[in-house]
Design a protein around this ligand. Sequence first.
Ligand SMILES: C[S@@+](CC[C@H](N)C(=O)[O-])C[C@H]1O[C@@H](n2cnc3c(N)ncnc32)[C@H](O)[C@@H]1O
Length: 371
Amino acid sequence: MTVDSPYPEMKKGHTMARVGRPWRDRKPPPSGPVWAIVQGFGSYWTLVAAIELGVFDAIALLGPTSAGPLADHMSVSARHLQHVCDALVTFGFLDQVDDVYELTETAERYLCTDGPASMAALVRVAPGPLANWEQLADTVRTGHVAQPIDDDPAAFYRPLVQATFPTQLRAASRLGLRLGWSRRPDLRVLDLGAGRAPWAIAILEQSPGSTAVVNDLPGVIELAVRTVDDRGLAHRVEFQPGDFHHIELEPGSFDVVVLGHVCRTEGHARARALVARAFQALKPEGQLLLADYFADNDRKHNPFGVQMGLTMVANTERGETLTNAQVCRWLDEAGFHAIRLLEPIGFNQVYVAARPASGPHGRPMEDRHDR
Ligand SMILES: C[S@@+](CC[C@H](N)C(=O)[O-])C[C@H]1O[C@@H](n2cnc3c(N)ncnc32)[C@H](O)[C@@H]1O
């Protein structure tokens, strides 16, 4: 191990000719970024515990409260609960004045189970199984995830799509306001890998007379059936269970095709093939909605997208980072035009792209697909 100077900030006499780089030796960087990662582990599990214990829901019910009455209400240890609450204050999820805790707006909106944009169920499932993160070094050594979610997709996706529904419905509903679905009646929609079908539901709720074909794997599609029924849309939806790479799709028959958060787990070749499938399924002038968490082209300016790519590598067989440039290239290669990128809610970006009225650049479609 190299020996650090006891007074690194005093080493003003160093020059480039002697030893080291003076601007580095004089003032070493702080260790804060390392501590931030170390404490990030505890922060995550504190939030998981708070949600599991129902801290946010209990404060929403009781109103501003100190740890004692809150612990009595929840039948837990007041001393331990107070430490959890203090940590939640440091995260910005609770306010504390004179030992009385109150929800912040962030907690009300995202962390209460019936909050308007609740992510309460999402926190535990979004990173994937804990064991995969504990084994990340092995995954990098071997190039294989020991227990990828692909081994039992229904077991992983059932809780995930339950948890993500409010977030994706919110994204899709806001996108619809931007794209004017309410002024576009009688659309025929295809939602591939629909989960609980938030994207198809948002379109049907805004666009009068529209109908949808909703696809997902057996074991997951039942959740879409139930959700569509609960929202009174069953008479407008047909369900097509099966693998979205292989189910039969009538070519040229949909006004809108949705690929909602399905590409990042697929790997580049299969995601590109899905984009091409979507193109074939669209009517001329039909629209693709491709929603995902993309990384910037240099894979360093959009930490959310970059880290989402690592989450895919840690948990799936083929999934990885998708950059904006890669997706744009697939869209272009498939023949799409009028490609736009919208961000209806934070981080959740959606490519909106159209199949041209005739073949791109006046050429027949077939010319494009053997490229
Ligand atoms: C991250 S979820 C996205 C769900 C939904 N589209 C949304 O945006 O909320 C991915 C979905 O794709 C489905 N899926 C994964 N592989 C699939 C396949 N080969 N065929 C059909 N569906 C698949 C999963 O079951 C899951 O419901």
